[in-house]
Design a protein around this ligand. Structure first.
Ligand code: ADP
Length: 318
């Protein structure tokens, strides 16, 4: 019996020690676990709460809000993306306001003129002259041009217009367009082409591109009133360029002119002529065709606008 008791005692004390050790380890682990949870919560939940607050501000329409890019990599990446989204949203909002201001201004000016002239003609017997009627017709035409441009552009930008592609003779098409300018006797339109080419594209839309470029060249033509067109073929592509010898465009504005409603010289009398939408339409049509386009210009010497289209398949093989 004595021997048995002396054997049990060391086991008991070991169990006791182990129990205490287990308790200590558990307590330490719990403490560490708690501390770790706190740190993680601070690092992840903290920035996420801040992002949530900022997102609410953004939803309320405050586009100037910025998300703090801190915390774990994923969270700071999320904040970065949201910052980008907020910036883009604020750009769209700016554009929307500008568009609205421009449209209402551009619509109001001709309408005021039409109303003014009509009232004068109604009230003053001697004012019922052909000149006054012509002013009303001119202003109506300007309104029509503006509304048409706006509709064209918004349809192009919304992506609801499908291209009606056919294979046609581009050179012939340009000649036909230039023929329509014959009545502008003061201007000359030399056309240099190294042979007829065919392309597969939407003929009507490409004609609109050429019209817009030629119309701009006429508006900003130099004193010689020469608008020259060139058609060259290189590497399976045809390049059409329209040049004038007018005032040119400052180098720092060459990128902006493709934006809608952008006019280089807003104060200039001639800026009243266009709608500021012509080149945006050109850009959209060529983007839809996947064609390259651009402009080279020297101040005081003139501008050359160009675009490229791939040649029709059958042409390429020749
Ligand atoms: P607009 O209807 O005003 O001509 P566009 O979009 O066609 O609008 O052109 C935008 C601006 O680019 C014009 O207002 C003008 O300042 C400039 N621009 C376009 N074509 C020419 C050109 N051939 N020569 C000089 N400036 C030009």
């Amino acid at each position: 019996m004595v021997m048995l008791e002396s054997e049990i005692t060391p086991v008991d004390s070991t169990v006791e020690t182990l129990k205490i050790q287990l308790l200590c380890v558990t307590a330490v682990m719990l403490l560490l676990g708690g501390a770790l949870a706190l740190v993680i919560a601070r690092k992840i939940a903290g920035p996420l709460t801040a992002i949530n607050e900022s997102a609410k501000e953004l939803a309320r329409g405050d586009y100037s809000i910025r998300f703090a890019e801190e915390g774990t990599r994923e969270v700071s990446e999320l904040a970065h993306t949201l910052n980008y989204a907020a910036e883009e949203l604020s750009k769209v909002e700016g554009l929307r306001r500008e568009l609205l201001a421009n449209v209402s201004h551009d619509l109001r000016t001709p309408l005021t003129m039409i109303r003014g002239y009509s009232e004068v003609m109604r009230d003053l017997p001697g004012e019922n002259t052909p000149e006054n009627v012509q002013t009303i017709i001119d202003e109506t035409e300007r309104l029509t041009e503006l509304v048409n441009d706006l509709l064209d552009l918004s349809r192009l930008e919304a992506g609801v217009v499908a291209l009606d592609k056919t294979t046609f003779n581009l050179t012939e098409s340009i000649r036909a367009i230039l023929k329509r300018y014959d009545k502008l006797a003061d201007y000359s339109f030399p056309f240099y082409a190294d042979g007829d080419v065919t392309v597969t594209a939407d003929e009507l839309k490409i004609s609109q591109v050429v019209y817009n470029l030629v119309n701009n060249a006429i508006t900003y033509a130099g004193e010689d009133k020469v608008i020259s067109l060139r058609q060259t073929v290189e590497g399976g592509k045809v390049r059409v360029s329209v040049s004038d010898t007018g005032e040119g465009i400052p180098a720092d504005k060459l990128r902006d002119i493709w934006e809608r409603y952008y006019k280089v010289d807003k104060e200039h009398k001639r800026a009243q002529v266009g709608t500021g939408l012509g080149l945006s339409i050109v850009k959209n049509i060529l983007d839809m065709h996947g064609g390259a386009y651009g402009v080279e210009s020297t101040l005081g010497q003139g501008s050359t606008f160009w675009f490229e289209l791939p040649l029709a398949q059958s042409e390429e093989k020749v």
